[in-house]
Structures are given as structure tokens and as C-alpha cells.
Design a protein. Structure first.
Length: 381
């Protein structure tokens, strides 16, 4: 059996090596390293793939989220509601812009923000909602968009883990995740479903005016060289990373299909394991692109399981071990532990198994048997 990787970027690269190598060499020979033709071509191709009017590439996913908020003109003190159970970047940019983060609980089955918790958190200062499509599954955008419309709020989708997923609306329409809210951000970090070989990100929107603002923000606030019309930042996707992304984009659906197939095999192996809760797919299977395959283990020492897997050559991850409301940087007297029962439970139970496009049956069989063997002998009575 080949060595198990949490993410097998080398194996994936081997499948597209010729295209990647030639494209990167072309960039180097052209010396068009910033805002070159590869960036513009990638932008257009991603717009076509997503069926969205505007893709604005930028330097990374965190910048993308921050720039989306800057483009909306949110002001210090404005409240932004987001999920307590997610990576810190989501709340980090809210705090950096001197906005007020409002953390709420998530749903136990999808791990995504709970619309009912959003409703309870709205105040006259609320200006935006940031749903995170966590682990690759779309949040309940029908409910979230309805809440936003009722209260005149912006919706900023954090699509860093969900690119390529479909969302099936109650009206029968199907949209790509990241194209439903007023604006969205994504990350092209190497381990993402669509990842480059460094840092990269993008903002999506169907709003022409907002797109215009954002295009200035990403480039020092300039629309004309040395004319700074808005406060901006320096956040540009470089041409080499765009070349890598162009090589991968035609394969994104196949990559996501491979992840779904691996997830099905994991889930089948864990059937009838009463102390293992497998990821639940909400609606149809194409809503989930399995950026992570995350289990919940019940009445089992999750950290001991993680050590056991590592001791057996199986990498794993705990995403995330500490709720955001308990992180030192985001402590706030407004938060009450009773408001976060699901998050506080999940952080003790979740564990993510290797998930990537190169997983084979032998590896999945070894991983699942190792998990089941430990869990069956380690139940806490």
C-alpha cells in the first residue's frame, strides 16, 4: 500500500504535469508575472464555470473575504453574524475591519450555520450574514437569503471549502455555491478542491457596481494608474498561480466526483457503527464536495483516536478543536455558553480523515478498519 497522505498533491500533479509545467514555463518566459494573460483567462473561465458575472482574483482567501466586506462599505461597529464553528479567518477579517462579530451556533447534521440562531442574533446594528459552506457542503441558502431579505442584510458567502458544489433551491433552480449571496469569497490554498501551488483567492458577485468597487480595492484603490479613488489593499493573484489553476479547473468536477466516491466508501464501511456518525448529505449528493470527510465519534476519546491513527501512519485532522467564542482573540462578554450547545459538542467529537482525489480502495479499507478497531475497543461507558 502506498503511503497515506491527508492531501496527495503530488499524485494529483502527476496527472496534469505536462499542462502545468508548460503553462508555468510560458509565464516565466513572458515575464508577465502580475495581472498577466493567465490571470485574465482564468478569471473568464471561472466566470463561465460558475455562471457568475464577475470573478475578481486576489492574493488569498482571507483577503477575498475582507475585500468583499470592504466593497460593501460596512462601517466600524456594524454587526456581522457568522458561525462559531469554523476557521478563524472568517471572524478575523470582521475584527480587522473594526466590525462587530456576532457568533452563533451551527446545525448538528450539516455543521453549517443555524438559520434559527441567525434570527435570534439580529439587532438594529446587524448589517451582514456570513454563511460558511463548511467541509464542502452548502449552508441553507434559501433560509439565509429569506432572512436577509426580510431584514435588509447583505449575505457574504465564505466558499473557501465549497467550490464546485451545487445548491438546489426550493424553487427548483440550481446554482453553484458562492453565487447565491450578494458576494462570495473563496480560497485557492493548495489543499483546496481547486488549489494552486501557493496562495490565491477570488471574490464572486453578480452585482456590476460592487464588482467595480472590488476591482479597485484589490489594486490599491486604483482604476487608473496612480489615481486612488477608494481605500484599497495590495491583493493580486499572480500569473504562475493562475496558470496552475487554469490547468486544474477543467478537472474540478472530476476531482469533486472522486471525493464523493471516496466519501461513499468511507460511509459504507462505517454503517452500523453506533459510536461513529458519518457526514450527512443535505438534499442531493452534489451539494457536498467533501473538502473534508469529518466524522463524529460518540463516547470515544477523540484525541486518543487521532493518536492511534497517526501511530498507524494515517494522518487526520481536528477541524476545529476550540470554538471561536472561546478563542482568546475573540472573547466577549456578550457570549453565553448556553447559546452554543452544538458547537461545544462538535469540538469534542469531530475528526477528519484523509480526503483527496488519489485515495484508493486499499487505503480506504485500511483507514476504516483502523478507526473501527479502535472505536470498538475504546467506548467510554
Amino acid at each position: 500500500m502506498k503511503k497515506i497522505q491527508m492531501v496527495d498533491l503530488k499524485g494529483q500533479y502527476e496527472q496534469i504535469k505536462e499542462r502545468v509545467d508548460s503553462s508555468v514555463l510560458d509565464v516565466i518566459q513572458s515575464t508577465a508575472f502580475i495581472n498577466g494573460p493567465e490571470v485574465h483567462s482564468f478569471q473568464k473561465e471561472l466566470e463561465e464555470y460558475l455562471d457568475v458575472k464577475h470573478v475578481i482574483p486576489c492574493a488569498n482567501g482571507t483577503d477575498a473575504l475582507q475585500i468583499a466586506m470592504m466593497g460593501l462599505g460596512l462601517q466600524p461597529g456594524d454587526e456581522v453574524i457568522t458561525a462559531d464553528f469554523t476557521f478563524a479567518a472568517t471572524v478575523e477579517v470582521i475584527a480587522l475591519l473594526q466590525l462587530t462579530p456576532v457568533l452563533v451556533d451551527v446545525e448538528p447534521d450539516s455543521f453549517n450555520i443555524d438559520p434559527e440562531a441567525i434570527k435570534k442574533a439580529i439587532t438594529p446594528k446587524t448589517k451582514a450574514i456570513v454563511p460558511v459552506h463548511l467541509f464542502g457542503q452548502s449552508a441553507n441558502m434559501d433560509a439565509i437569503m429569506a432572512i436577509a431579505k426580510e431584514h435588509n442584510l447583505y449575505v457574504i458567502e465564505d466558499n473557501a471549502q465549497g467550490i464546485g458544489g451545487n445548491y438546489h433551491s426550493k424553487d427548483g433552480s440550481v446554482s453553484k455555491s458562492g453565487t447565491i449571496g450578494h458576494v462570495a469569497s473563496t480560497s485557492f490554498f493548495p489543499s483546496k478542491n481547486l488549489g494552486c501551488y501557493g496562495d490565491g483567492g477570488a471574490i464572486f458577485t453578480n452585482d456590476d457596481d460592487l464588482a467595480h468597487i472590488i476591482r479597485g480595492v484589490v489594486n490599491h484603490g486604483m482604476y487608473k494608474r496612480y489615481h486612488h479613488d477608494v481605500v484599497g489593499v495590495n491583493s493580486r493573484l499572480d500569473s504562475i498561480q493562475a496558470a496552475v489553476l487554469r490547468a486544474k479547473l477543467p478537472n474540478l468536477d472530476a476531482y469533486n466526483t472522486a471525493r464523493r466516491e471516496a466519501a461513499k466508501k468511507y460511509t459504507a464501511a462505517f454503517t452500523d457503527q453506533e459510536h461513529i456518525i458519518t457526514p450527512e448529505i443535505i438534499a442531493t449528493e452534489d451539494t457536498h464536495v467533501f473538502h473534508q470527510y469529518t466524522l463524529r465519534v460518540i463516547d470515544v476519546d477523540r484525541d486518543a483516536l487521532a493518536k492511534h491513527l497517526n501511530d498507524n501512519g494515517i494522518p487526520c485532522g481536528v477541524y476545529y478543536p476550540i470554538p471561536l467564542h472561546s478563542q482568546k482573540a475573540y472573547l466577549d462578554d456578550r457570549y453565553n455558553e448556553a447559546d452554543f450547545p452544538i458547537t461545544n459538542q462538535l469540538v469534542k467529537e469531530v475528526i477528519s480523515l484523509p480526503m483527496h482525489t488519489e485515495l484508493d480502495d486499499e487505503q480506504i479499507d485500511f483507514i476504516t478498519k483502523t478507526v473501527i478497531d479502535f472505536v470498538s475497543k475504546s467506548v467510554i461507558v
